[in-house]
Each structure stands twice: as C-alpha cells, then as structure tokens.
Design a protein around this ligand. Structure first.
Ligand code: AMP
Length: 330
C-alpha cells in the first residue's frame, strides 16, 4: 500500500465527519469477504446462543459508519432473511451474500476473566468448506478490499477477481495459520496490510518478540502490519516507523467477540472514505479501528454496533486524543 497520496485522491476529510455513510448514491469502494456465522459464546458476564456473528459481519457493521460496504460470503439453507436484518439496517450491500446448500458456518468459543483470548471450542465450516466466490461486475470494480478471517483460498480467489484494487488488507487466525499455511503465505504475499492479534503474529512469524515478528511478517509481503493487543491497544509497523495507541478505557466489557473485525472495519472504512493513503490517514485509521473495537465489546453479538452513533464515534476519537496527548519536556 503506497504511503504517498494517490493520484486521484479526493480532498482530505475530517476523521470525525462521518459523511457518505448513509448516502446510497455515494461510491461503494469497500469490499469484504469473510465469514457470516452463527456464534455460541460464553463469557463470565453472560452468553449468546447461535447469535449472528462472523468476521465479515462485524467488519461490515463497523465499516458502514464510514462508507458503503459490499459483503461477499456464503450462508446455508438454515439462514433466514431476517438474520441479515442488522446488516441491512446499516445499509450494507448484500448482493454478494450467497445462500447455498448446506449449513451456515458455526463457531463456539469462550472467554475467561482474561477477555483478551478466546478459546475456540468448535468450528463448523459448513458452506465455507466448498464455497468459492463468483463476483458480479460491480464488485470486481471495488477499490478497497478487506480479506477478513476465512479460508485463505477463498481470500485469494476473491482477490483475483477484483480488477484494480488500490489497497488490500488481510486478517487471519491460528485456525488458518495451522490448517492452510501455504495458501496463507500466497495470500499474504499479495496484500498491502495485515491486521492480526499479537499471539497470532508471534505464531505466524515463529518469533516471540513482537517487533521482530512484525519485521519478519513485513518481509512476507505486507508493508504495513497492525498488531491488535486486546485491552493493551494496537501497534502499527510500517516503513515510516512504529505507531501505537492504548485501548479505550472501558468500565464494562461484556463480550470481546468481533473486536478484531470491528477494528478492521473502522481502519479500512476510514481509509476507503478518506481516499488518501498517507501516514497521517493510517494513524487516524488505527485510532478509528480502536474506537470501533471499543464500542463492539460493550455488549453481546452486534448489539452495541447496531446502536452506535456518529456522535459517539467522534467523541471517542477525541477521547483518544485526550488520552495520548502530552507536551514536550522543558
Ligand atoms: P474476532 O473476535 O474479531 O477475532 O472474530 C470473531 C468472529 O470470527 C466470530 O464471530 C466467529 O464467527 C468468526 N470466526 C471464528 N473462527 C473463524 C474461522 N476459523 N474462520 C472464519 N471466521 C471465524
């Protein structure tokens, strides 16, 4: 991903002016492929049974506050039209959501008091075991692409169908690092940015030190590596150096599911809406990613993102500025 302004870059926008999100005639440059799932989740503070989840779902909900999002995924015959209602209400384009024979992807996980690490109890691929997306023409013309956590072969097939992407980012997890290492390496070689959590960055690079792990991953392809560190914040490694933010201080965290995908939604949503790929825009993207993750974790499933407002996003963005601003030493 170049860090100099693109030729056709629109004028710089204020990160806190969330225009364009609900205008149906606005361009829809952001495409996401990933899972749409039924999740069963237990945390020390409650549980959810077969609730709507999935990497592409959380991503789309969060990114929809910044730009129009086109979702590519598959669901099974057990998925009802009404299940997609939260996405529809946020104006997410569901033309690329295919219903095919089989069962919808299911994930079951639990968290202990350390809400940073999910323990996967069950992964049922369902329709994703055979799904290979066929993108319709308008989707092939998308300019910003997010390959959310799913089989790297599906990520690669999607990427090959997009004609001239301006920026491509990727997320993955231990399930695919262990299960499809070669396909993941091929996909990684083609992306501009990797967004990944700290344990998985260490695993992917086979390197315990995060700084060295990020450097090793950057040699595999992506020029930008953003490491998500749960309640400890996020760190971005790029050719211009290292940029870090803490997590937003929250009194109540109920369910961390989808925090990583929501982070990615804020990050890519901002870049797609802003259009510039400058170091400044990337820094804003890391903060807006952190804002969207902080909202997501405050309730189960998509509940909190569904009731978030532009004002809240603006005010948390400012909260990050207050949290991290300090003056020079005399
Ligand atoms: P996150 O908490 O942001 O890392 O992502 C949680 C979401 O990822 C859940 O809603 C799950 O449905 C989804 N998920 C879990 N495992 C996988 C997997 N192996 N492939 C794709 N999506 C997954």
């Amino acid at each position: 991903m170049p860090t100099t302004p693109a030729k056709s870059a629109p004028p710089a926008t204020d990160p806190a002016s969330l225009s364009g999100a609900s205008d149906p005639s606005a361009p829809a440059p952001l495409l996401v492929v990933g899972s749409v799932a039924f999740d069963t989740v237990r945390t020390p503070f409650g549980s959810g049974d077969e609730v709507l989840g999935g990497s592409a779902t959380y991503f789309s909900m969060a990114a929809s506050f910044f730009t129009r999002v086109r979702l590519v995924a598959a669901v099974g015959e057990d998925f009802r039209d009404s299940d997609a209602q939260p996405l529809r209400e946020r104006g997410v384009d569901l033309e690329g959501l295919e219903r095919i024979p089989g069962r919808t992807f299911r994930w079951e996980g639990e968290y202990g008091y350390d809400l940073n690490t999910a323990k996967t109890l069950r992964t049922e691929l369902g329709v994703f075991a055979t799904f290979r997306p066929r993108l319709a023409e308008p989707l092939r013309r998308s300019t910003f692409v997010f390959l959310a956590n799913i089989d790297p072969e599906i990520q690669l097939a999607t990427l090959r169908s997009v004609r001239a992407p301006k920026a491509i980012a990727l997320d993955t997890m231990n399930f695919w690092i262990e299960g499809k290492p070669e396909a993941l390496r091929r996909t990684l070689a083609k992306v501009d940015a990797l967004l990944i959590n700290d344990a998985e960055a260490r695993q992917l690079a086979d390197e315990p030190n995060l700084v060295r792990a990020a450097a090793a991953i950057r040699r595999m392809g992506p020029s930008i590596v953003v490491v998500k560190r749960g309640e400890y914040g996020a760190v971005m490694f790029s050719e211009t150096g290292v940029f870090g933010v803490p997590a937003y201080p929250l009194e109540s965290v109920l369910d961390p599911t989808g925090a990583g995908d929501s982070f990615a939604g804020g990050f890519m949503g901002h870049l797609a809406r802003d259009g510039r790929l400058t170091p400044e825009s990337f820094r804003q993207a890391v903060v807006l990613g952190s804002v969207m993750a902080s909202l997501d974790v405050e309730d189960f499933s998509l509940k909190r993102l569904a009731r978030a407002t532009n004002d809240e996003i603006r005010s948390r963005y400012q909260g990050f500025r207050d949290l991290t601003g300090f003056s020079e030493l005399a």
